[in-house]
Design a protein around this ligand. Structure first.
Ligand code: NAG
Ligand code: NAG
Ligand code: NAG
Ligand code: NAG
Ligand code: NAG
Length: 315
């Protein structure tokens, strides 16, 4: 089986963190694949704090994600909680984004274990169930997409760096090892579908569900040799299909947030944006501040999360 071989260089955390990451050993009712549970609780939490889930990449760990991004330092500044789940798959530490269980609402697998961590955190810290977010890179991006598709009732928004469409790594039914199946056709860009077929996969992940759908932000490098750039153009088709948007962007902004990256916004509601990073490989630089802004996590006070409140009030 092929595996992701990219090793992420760990950025040195900027400045000393005020708190430290904890391993939660309380056993969770629904954690069939025994995902490890790490939590970062900053010294100063805002009241009814938001929750960010940050799944690691293949060959990485919860602690690598903690050390390798600026999110913990940003949580110190802004008072939100961070869940760092840790894959129990010691073979390659990739998330299960291929088995029928993990790809289905309440179906089991890694996605269910992570949602159990969200529930634990919401209850223990009286956190805001309307402000649960998820972001990751590579396998962490695939898990991000898996979580927003299978648990649209839990996640308010997602941000996926160098990932694939939801269901793209789904194991064929005749595969014996359905967990941690490497979707080679997907990774090499040979698996393409129509927007409505991609959207159907998302809808079938939680049949009958008609509520909130997380808004999505995606990033991909054009020179990605691990997950071909076609994975990105297929993701664009998928989310536009889910949101029933035109495949033509409403705005295209070059050199955003860095030179050579192009931001495309789809639809009229600022619900889906896609960043194409020219010349960038699989080892894409996460833009924590931009993702933080997408989740409105830097906002404090009573006027935060208007995009969420306005949608909820409209219902
Ligand atoms: C999480 O909590 C919600 C709301 O109480 C519940 O419906 C759901 O079953 C819980 N999920 C898990 C995995 O515990
Ligand atoms: C699974 O089915 C596909 C398509 O029918 C076939 O090409 C493949 O060889 C089968 N794989 C196994 C392991 O049976
Ligand atoms: C992505 O796949 C296409 C089609 O096979 C290929 O031409 C292209 O070189 C691949 N991109 C990269 C960066 O490997
Ligand atoms: C999707 O968008 C099209 C064109 O804007 C519209 O005609 C159609 O009613 C929409 N479908 C749904 C299910 O909202
Ligand atoms: C992110 O924002 C913080 C302020 O909130 C700033 O200190 C930091 O330099 C920014 N990082 C980047 C990479 O722009």
């Amino acid at each position: 089986m092929a595996m992701l071989t990219t090793v992420y260089l760990l950025a040195l955390a900027t400045g000393a963190l005020s708190a430290s990451i904890q391993k939660i050993t309380t056993s969770l009712d629904k954690n069939p694949s025994k995902v490890g549970f790490y939590l970062y609780v900053p010294d100063k939490l805002v009241s009814s704090p938001p929750v960010l889930v940050n799944p690691h990449w293949c060959h990485g760990s919860a602690l690598d994600a903690y050390k390798g991004t600026q999110y913990a330092a940003l949580a110190d500044q802004h008072g939100f909680l961070i869940i760092y789940p840790d894959s129990s798959n010691t073979a390659d530490k990739c998330w299960d984004v291929s088995s029928p269980g993990t790809l289905r609402h309440d179906g089991g697998g890694d996605s269910l274990g992570i949602v159990s961590m969200v529930n634990y955190t919401l209850a223990k810290y009286k956190a805001d169930p309307g402000r649960v977010f998820v972001s990751g890179v590579s396998s962490g991006a695939m898990m991000t997409t898996t979580l927003v598709a299978t648990y649209p009732d839990v996640f308010a928004a997602g941000s996926a760096y160098s990932g694939v469409p939801f269901g793209c790594f789904q194991a064929p039914t005749n595969t014996t090892a359905q967990v941690d199946y490497w979707g080679d056709a997907c990774a090499t860009g040979k698996l393409t579908k129509s927007p409505s077929d991609w959207a159907s996969l998302v809808k079938e992940a939680y049949p009958g569900y008609n509520g909130w759908r997380a808004k999505m932000q995606i990033f991909h490098g054009t020179a990605d040799t691990t997950l071909n750039y076609t994975c990105f153009t297929e993701e664009v088709k998928q989310w536009n299909g889910v949101f029933n948007y035109s495949q033509t962007a409403t705005t295209v902004t070059p050199n955003t947030p860095v030179a050579g990256w192009t931001k495309s916004v789809y639809g009229a509601d600022d619900w889906f944006e896609a960043y194409s990073a020219a010349g960038v490989t699989h080892n894409i630089q996460q833009q924590e501040n931009l993702t933080l802004a997408w989740f409105d996590l830097a906002c404090t006070g009573s006027d935060c999360f208007r995009w969420g409140k306005e949608v909820i009030e409209r219902k």
